[in-house]
Design a protein around this ligand. Structure first.
Ligand code: NAD
Length: 265
């Protein structure tokens, strides 16, 4: 219950499925939270803050699109001013959208994904590293699509591979300050990002109106363990490990949480 005692963690994309779970899990272990998300997710962000408060920790919320450096700078500065320090950065915000064959993606689709999933992570780090305590930890949420390709999602796979390069570089730059930098690579996770009709239709083009159960059937065939996806908390537990001192000599590495998806032959 106290693996994160006396620490403050910044989480982007904190209103959503996994972001909220990261906030709650870190708070359960004693961290206070700076939770950031976009304006249209303000109500869900307030719900995240309520969950953090319910486990007895403080949550300062900030509205910022990770594409907007100035807004992120303000959100981080306000959070650090309110909570007094910053020990952990969880760069979690991301999108999986506008899917299509690599050669058919529009400029707009490509740019939006790269701007949020890659440049947004760089913006987050740029806003928060100056305030980060020596001995702190940066966790960047990539994907199994940051390790292997993804049909119909070249922009997503490229952005998720690219953050690994960013993390490895940051690990080199920040090692002397005893700051660790790692990436987490979830497979399919039960959040709105994949639990929606667009993804179901991609997975089951054979059905006119595929359901969650129809999609689960396909995804369960892709994993080694008998599950179609993992739960957000399974990824949060990996984030917690990398955020905490239990991983004090782990840096520049990739932690995969995918029920065996990337190892299946
Ligand atoms: N769900 C999966 O299967 C899966 C698998 C691998 C990796 N991931 C990654 O995990 C992370 C979290 O995904 P999730 O499944 O919780 O998705 P989600 O869609 O449930 O939540 C994403 C959150 O990010 C926020 N967000 C979107 N664009 C933003 C922006 N420009 N600025 C700030 N916030 C923004 C959204 O408002 C939302 O709260 C993402 O980086 C995603 O790529 C997800």
């Amino acid at each position: 219950m106290n693996r994160m005692q006396h620490t403050v963690a910044l989480v982007t994309g904190a209103a959503g499925g996994m972001g909220r779970a990261h906030c709650r899990r870190l708070a359960e272990e004693g961290a206070d939270i700076i939770a950031v998300d976009i304006d249209s997710a303000a109500a869900e962000l307030a719900a995240t803050a309520a969950e953090v408060a319910a486990v007895g920790r403080v949550c300062v919320t900030g509205i910022a699109d990770v594409r907007d450096q100035a807004a992120l700078d303000v959100a981080v500065a306000d959070g650090v001013a309110a909570l007094g320090r910053l020990d952990v950065i969880v760069a979690n915000a991301g999108i999986y959208a506008d899917l299509g064959s690599s050669w058919e993606l529009t400029d707009q689709a490509w740019q939006r994904t790269v701007d949020i999933n890659l440049t947004g992570v760089w913006h987050t780090v740029r806003a928060a590293v100056p305030a980060l305590t020596d001995g702190g930890s940066i966790v960047i949420v990539s994907s199994t699509n940051g390790l292997v390709g993804a049909a119909s999602a070249a922009h997503y796979a490229a952005s998720k591979h690219a953050v690994v390069g960013l993390a490895r570089t940051l690990a080199n730059e920040l090692g002397p300050r005893n700051i660790r930098v790692n990436t987490v690579h979830p497979g399919s996770v039960a959040t709105p990002m994949i639990l929606n009709d667009t993804v179901y239709a991609k997975l089951r083009p054979d059905l006119p109106h595929p359901t969650r159960a129809d999609a689960a059937e396909v995804l369960a065939r892709r994993t080694l363990l008998p599950v179609p996806w993992v739960d957000p908390v399974d990824v949060s537990n990996a984030v917690l490990f990398l955020a905490s001192d239990e991983s004090r000599y782990v840096t520049g590495t990739q932690l995969v949480v995918d029920a065996g998806l990337t190892q299946k032959v």
